[in-house]
Design a protein around this ligand. Structure first.
Ligand SMILES: [Ca+2]
Ligand SMILES: [Ca+2]
Length: 153
């Protein structure tokens, strides 16, 4: 279950870089969910998020879900929940796709993703949700575009 979650999360982050909307249709986020999200992360304006704040929120979500050793970095093993490629041919193909996405997000080829990598990766998803393209995510845009429970990207 966690392995699937980790792989899905990195695929979603990678897909957001390409500007694709890969979130599965689901129940929209409620206004209460969006108000909570905005209250926690909005610092520049009280009622909406900018791309940086959105990215920091994503980083917090990714870090709390996957940073198992607490080093403030996400490596492929943490995200994929395995240290070696799977033996099964089809599972290995999926893993290799994950590894390619990971390398795309790993700016500077460090071998891990850090806060800045995730903030940059989250910009595509932010743009998809910022419907009026004013660089702010309002509660209306949040409720219209985020599935429930609110995802990380
Ligand atoms: Ca780590
Ligand atoms: Ca907007």
């Amino acid at each position: 279950m966690r392995a699937t979650l980790g792989l899905a999360a990195i695929l979603l982050v990678g897909a957001s870089l390409a500007g694709c909307q890969t979130i599965q249709p689901g129940t929209p986020a409620s206004y209460a969910d969006c108000d909570k999200l905005i209250a926690q992360y909005a610092h520049v304006r009280p009622d909406r998020l900018n791309p940086q704040e959105w990215g920091l929120r994503n980083w917090d979500g990714m870090r709390s879900a996957f940073d198992r050793n607490g080093d403030q970095r996400l490596d492929l093993a943490e995200l994929a929940h395995r240290t070696q490629p799977p033996a099964d041919r089809w599972e290995r193909k999926g893993y290799e796709a994950q590894a390619r996405n990971f390398r795309k997000l790993d700016r500077g080829n460090k071998g891990y993703l850090d806060r800045d990598d995730i903030v940059v990766a989250a910009r595509g998803a932010f743009r998809n949700r910022d419907r009026d393209r004013d660089d702010w995510l309002t509660r209306d845009e949040c409720a219209a575009t985020l599935p429930h429970p609110i995802d990380f990207v």
